[in-house]
Design a protein around this ligand. Structure first.
Ligand code: HEC
Length: 108
């Protein structure tokens, strides 16, 4: 193998490792586009921007799914979260619940 080929493989490896490390903390562009509004209050790392907003990092996925459906159908009425949950599909809810559940809690 040529030297330059070895070098480019090495660079690719480092790049992959860096991307994998980033992926743990940063959401994909698609997630950001869809759920950026959620992150503006609950934090992209699941730690809320205000002490009166709940932290969601590491919360149970099933709890997050259930509570978002309750906000959506009005079983758990809330003037902020009701309108936030209204446009979410079941797939959206699954996706964002999985995202927050996977984050490390308590690292603020
Ligand atoms: C303007 C700020 C704001 C935005 C934007 C927002 N939330 Fe919330 N969220 C809150 C507040 C405040 C509560 C607490 C509501 C209550 O008192 O029940 C909450 C509660 C929640 C809860 C329940 C937490 C628990 O412990 O029961 C979940 C889950 C949640 N939000 C997810 C989301 C998702 C997903 C989005 C985006 C679609 C979002 N939020 C957008 C402020 C916000």
């Amino acid at each position: 193998m040529s030297k330059s080929k070895t070098l480019s493989l090495l660079i690719a490896g480092v790049w992959l490792a860096a991307t994998a490390a980033l992926a743990q903390a940063a959401p994909t562009a698609a997630l950001n586009a869809k759920f950026g509004v959620c992150f503006s209050c609950h934090g992209v790392d699941g730690h809320a921007i205000l002490p009166t907003y709940p932290n969601l990092a590491g919360q149970n996925k099933d709890y997050l799914v259930q509570t978002l459906k309750e906000f959506r159908d009005g079983t758990r009425p809330n003037p902020i979260m009701g309108p936030m949950a209204k446009p979410l599909s079941n797939t959206d809810i699954d996706q964002i619940a999985m995202y927050f559940a996977d984050l490390k809690p308590g690292k603020k």
